[in-house]
Design a protein around this ligand. Sequence first.
Ligand SMILES: *Cc1c(COP(=O)(O)O)cnc(C)c1O
Length: 241
Amino acid sequence: MSDLSKRLAAVRLSIAAAAARSGRSPDDVELVAVSKAHPPEALQEAIAEGQCLFGESRIQEARAKIPLLPGRARWHFIGHLQKNKIRQALPLFERFHGIDSMEVACDLDRISAEAGARPRILLEVNVAGESTKFGFAPDALEGVFEELLGLERVFIDGLMCLPPPVRRPEEARKYFVALRTLRDRLQTRFATPLPELSMGMSEDFAVAIEEGATMVRVGSAIFGDRRGKMWKPEQSPVFED
Ligand SMILES: *Cc1c(COP(=O)(O)O)cnc(C)c1O
């Protein structure tokens, strides 16, 4: 067994255990393998182990990487979406996790109409109120939610958060609770289903699942440390189905 296979197996076990603790099936939690900075060879290994859903956070990198991998791979965009990259991003990704402002949502909606796309999106909430972070402030989101629901092309079915780094996973619990609570409130107040909660990364995905995550975005726990790594398209082979 390769290191990657072992790490992936360990992540799957932790997901199953955490799902059981929250009274759910492991199938209720989707694992998004965050492959940014890693070469297609590593993703191919994950695909061979049955992991076909990947998260990327840079459009340029994804545009180069996606065509090198077999058609079984599915892609979510998990980063901040820049307006000038939306057109290129639309055909590549089946979901956008980090829709973090009214402006981005409106741009995505308009360009989707022009491109004939209907993307699924998650709204990013700045749960810790960090001034340096993207995302809707929880109160502000309630104020503009009606308007967001009125957008014609984007399909909103949940929320996402990227809390500040913590020393112990347990410290992140309050942020996950805050996201779930906000989701519950929006669902009731606007009578619209928001089943998806994208929360939890390598360090804290088990706690996020205990608090209701339906998607976890896990990078280094699967692919290893990415510090100092930066994949460039030149050296990579093309894989076939
Ligand atoms: C990089 C990234 C992740 C994965 O982080 P790890 O700590 O490596 O699991 C998850 N979510 C977002 C938005 C990211 O940018």
